[in-house]
Write a protein that binds this ligand. Structure first.
Ligand SMILES: [Mg+2]
Length: 268
């Protein structure tokens, strides 16, 4: 995981009285915690303000790969949250698994395209040029023809990468198929298992740890992504109630919203 604590301790080197090292950073999920399809969830902006007032570093970690990093920051700004360069998307984490100059076929939205280009990889036309890798995110018009193109690329030796395992994501109209559902189709056709970059995978762990260091908190609404990320990092986990965990029975501690979790778990 590296010596990622350096950046956190630098600022307080000459101020031993400050408690920065003791004040944990928070990695906050977006869908179902801060907003739901762009509609702000009650108390979320206040919760972020309260955390910052108490000296916590706050970052936003989403398994959505569709929107560009700047678009995520703009959407946060529109509901009164300054992202302060603290957005990590599954597209960014997955792109970190690519090598500079690799030829990549992309099944996904603008956020995934941007992250892959920012990594220094080259995006090639669909399956025609024997790509080094195929990267799967969310592509609303994914269909049999697209699946066939991916299959040709993977059968031709391309590595299969994907942003996240989430089988669904929440919308105001209910759950919709997530990246994990598309990848399941690809794996069924090719017999190849994907390597994932988003929560809770190693690529995301590294990015979160580089920013927050040890001893943080993950607030999210999925045990299998947010909770597993917290466990892998040795962070505390605040499970926020939402549509995607309404069926869970075993979770004794669940917060009604981000503000509830912040008031309960953050230190002044
Ligand atoms: Mg979520």
């Amino acid at each position: 995981m590296g010596r990622a604590l350096r950046s956190r301790t630098e600022g307080s080197r000459n101020e031993p009285e400050r408690s920065d090292e003791l004040t944990s950073g928070w990695a906050i999920d977006l869908d179902g915690v801060v907003w739901l399809s762009g509609r702000v969830l009650e108390g979320a902006p206040e919760a972020v303000s309260l955390l910052r007032a108490r000296g916590h570093d706050v970052i936003f970690v989403t398994n959505s790969s569709f929107y560009r990093r700047d678009e995520v920051a703009e959407r946060l700004a529109a509901i009164g949250i300054d992202a302060l360069d603290g957005v990590i998307t599954s597209a960014m984490a997955t792109a970190s698994l690519l090598e500079v100059g690799e030829a990549v076929m992309v099944v996904g939205g603008p956020g995934l395209h941007e992250a892959i280009l920012a990594r220094g990889a080259e995006i090639v036309p669909d399956g025609l040029d024997k790509p080094d890798a195929v990267v799967i995110g969310i592509e609303p018009r994914f269909d049999y023809e697209r699946l066939s193109e991916v299959m040709v690329a993977v059968d031709g030796g391309a590595r299969l990468l994907a942003t996240n395992r989430d089988p669904t994501f929440p919308t105001p109209d209910g759950l919709r198929p997530g990246c994990g559902a598309l990848v399941a189709a690809v794996s069924a056709a090719t017999g190849v298992q994907a390597t994932f970059g988003g929560k809770p995978e190693a690529a995301t762990q590294v990015m979160v740890h580089e920013r927050l260091g040890a001893g943080g908190v993950v607030a999210g609404d999925r045990n299998d992504t947010d909770g597993a990320l917290a466990e892998a990092l040795g962070y505390r986990f605040a499970l926020i109630s939402s549509a995607v965990n309404a069926g869970y029975e075993a979770d004794a501690v669940r917060f009604d919203g981000l503000l509830d979790a912040v008031k309960s778990l953050s230190t002044a």
